[in-house]
Design a protein around this ligand. Sequence first.
Ligand SMILES: *Cc1c(COP(=O)(O)O)cnc(C)c1O
Length: 351
Amino acid sequence: MKNLIKDSVRSIVPYSPNKNSYKIRLDANENPFNMLAEMHDEIVGVIGEMEMNRYPDTDSFCLRQDLAKYVGLKQENIICGNGSDEIIQVIIQTFVDKGDFVVTHVPTFSMYNIFTKIAGGEMIEVPSEEDFTVDVEKIIDTANQSKAKVIFLCNPNNPTGTTMSSKDILEVLQRTESMVVVDEAYYEFFGETMVSYVNDWDRLIVLRTLSKAFGLADIRLGYGVAGEDTIEILNRVRPPYNLSTFSQAMGSLALRNVDRVENYIQSIKAERIYMLNALQEEKEIIAFPSEGNFVLVKSDKLKEIADSCYEKEIGTRIFRNDSMLQNCMRISIGTRSENDCMIETIRKVVG
Ligand SMILES: *Cc1c(COP(=O)(O)O)cnc(C)c1O
């Protein structure tokens, strides 16, 4: 079998989330709040009416209308995916051939690289500054020199929490000829977006997800926002029936209860300030400012901190294979008691 694997797949290191079951889960940027617990009866009612013997609506029509309303555009501007991961893959399959270049900043979300490699493309990673500010000029130069098909900008960036301004992103659009994908998975914790520019730039695609602020990681629902023509092209590549009726229905239900989501966001943003203030008081640790639902922490004592977390059954994300994230740990924002537990654990090591 091994001799049959295509070259581009041989060297792939798969995405590896934590598999341990931790008591406190601050490893995957999930939302600590669970909509199901609050809307149990309504959800059970919706499921009871589903015809699971039938294929789902392949175009997720109702859901796209709800999403369009949420982003302030038309349903023709929306494509839905089985997680925004699927849309990342669809974009790469649409634009990247063997030998084509893709540009991104590092450190960032690893799926851009993985899907690019699988497609036979080449990822050029532009290192960010020491404080993780994205090097916009270098990205523009690199994209132009390599005639990059796609540029991925993660804003706010996972795992650093850093952001780019709309001005910088427009600059990338103006001064390159590449597709510019802005991954706004953490938009709701930040508040700035590029969606209002998609009708001016057919090379712009904005990615969003219900996995983070909406607390619906399990329904696997992400979406892309772009100009109508761009959406039409992406739909040629998107697999049919890619979203179950269940996911579509849960997504619509959530979007009709955005006030609930607004509460989650307010709470998480307040907790982010609480966490950052507490960690920035400690001497032997750097806690980077973040606009996501997570904070990145760097410390010479990271090994000891990680060991204590393990003992206390707190899951966090540690980047063992990333040279730019040496001694770094990403901590998702949880509930006050979870955050206190995390802060306490760090204090015992560095305090
Ligand atoms: C979590 C995350 C995603 C993936 O979201 P899904 O919709 O769950 O696939 C995409 N991009 C970034 C930057 C993320 O952090």
